[in-house]
Design a protein around this ligand. Structure first.
Ligand code: SAM
Ligand code: SF4
Length: 329
């Protein structure tokens, strides 16, 4: 690119400095709210390859992207995950590389991922009760995932844990997380279940509002931290007696979209302007090396111009999102 680009900003003044890059839609877990029957193999194109990812990230970085989160499906099913981390970390302008994983390969790989440039890790753990964890995910080695988290912390990584709130989450479950946070400096983020196309019945049977957790945290002495200028949509709670923190992500709350700072790329190279908005805009044809970075930058600027102000989840409209493994949350 030869001139200074104005950066990625939409019609509503929101700046997009954060990219979520899905590198596969394959997953080995069967989370009840995401892929209850497991991943169903489909024929079709391969996910983005290293050279395509490199071209894509270079242009996003030139347009002001500073943070990249690698997600999936389960990103660690890809054999070249370490190279993808390295490539993102070596992209000029990108100063934070994060990964979202279900953690099943964490303990054996975290040292290599860290050496490749990974700074931030999100691990999904919906329950610290081993039996309930297995019921939700279909996977039994919760203790091994916790071991991986301990290793990540020892290496100095910033760790967040994602827990989707599901009916049945009660005081006992919350107490398990609180106990863990006493000595463990991670941020546990409770995420309200979001409705997806595949799961309308599951959603109506299992969705619980984050508001109840918010009240319980306040009752237990946690306090809401003031928002910082570049914070995403999570509310953050801290407590002087605990090393860890809680976060609450309530996508159905008013104004959730006003702090949106992220764009998403699917594993096949489609830009999604909103998790729930659209079918995705295909960028892959611009990534084959026969197009200039200016062409891709111009397309991105054009697409940003049509981003909507908000999602329509309140009205039950889930857009093209059948399940989160398609885009990685
Ligand atoms: N496989 C990785 C993992 O589970 O961390 C990365 C992809 S997963 C789709 C990303 C995040 O989306 C996970 O934390 C998962 O719990 C969350 N998620 C999946 N389906 C969801 C839903 N319907 N509502 C809210 N969060 C969801
Ligand atoms: Fe897999 Fe993540 Fe979906 Fe669970 S939430 S099925 S781990 S993609």
């Amino acid at each position: 690119m030869t001139h200074k680009e104005p950066g990625l900003q939409d019609r509503f003044g929101r700046q997009f400095s954060y990219l979520r890059l899905s590198i596969t839609d394959v997953c080995n877990f069967r989370c009840s709210y995401c892929l209850p029957d497991g991943y169903q193999k489909q024929s079709g194109p391969e996910p983005l390859q290293l050279d395509e990812i490199q071209r894509l990230l270079a242009v996003f970085a030139q347009l002001g992207t500073r943070k990249v989160r690698i997600t999936g499906g389960e990103p660690s099913v890809r054999k070249d995950l370490t190279e993808i981390i390295q490539l993102a970390a070596n992209t000029d302008g990108i100063d934070q590389v994060a990964l979202t994983t279900n953690g099943y390969k964490l303990a054996e790989n975290i040292a290599a991922w860290h050496a490749a440039g990974l700074q931030q890790l999100n691990v999904s753990i919906d329950s610290l009760d081993a039996e309930r964890f297995q019921q939700i995910t279909g996977y039994s080695h919760l203790a091994r995932i916790i071991e991986g988290i301990d290793q990540a912390l020892a290496l100095g990584l910033k760790v967040k844990v994602n827990a989707v709130l599901l009916k049945g989450f009660d005081q006992t479950e919350l107490a398990l997380f609180e106990n863990w946070l006493k000595q463990t400096p991670v941020s546990v983020r409770f995420i309200e279940l979001m409705q997806t196309g595949d799961q309308p019945v599951f959603f109506s049977e299992h969705h619980v509002r984050g508001e109840a957790i918010r009240q319980q945290l306040l009752d237990n002495g946690w306090s809401l931290r003031p928002r910082q200028p570049h914070d995403g949509p999570a509310l953050e709670f801290s407590h002087p007696d605990y090393q860890g923190r809680f976060g609450l992500i309530m996508p159905y709350s008013k104004d959730f979209c006003s702090s949106c700072n992220r764009l998403r790329i699917s594993s096949l190279g489609k830009l999604h302007l909103c998790l729930f908005g659209d079918q995705g805009h295909d960028l892959r044809q611009l990534l084959d090396g026969s197009h200039t970075s200016d062409e891709l930058a111009a397309e991105l600027q054009h697409l940003l111009g049509i981003k909507s102000e908000t999602h329509y989840l309140h009205a039950g409209e889930t857009g093209a999102m059948r399940h989160f493994a398609m885009l990685g949350g």
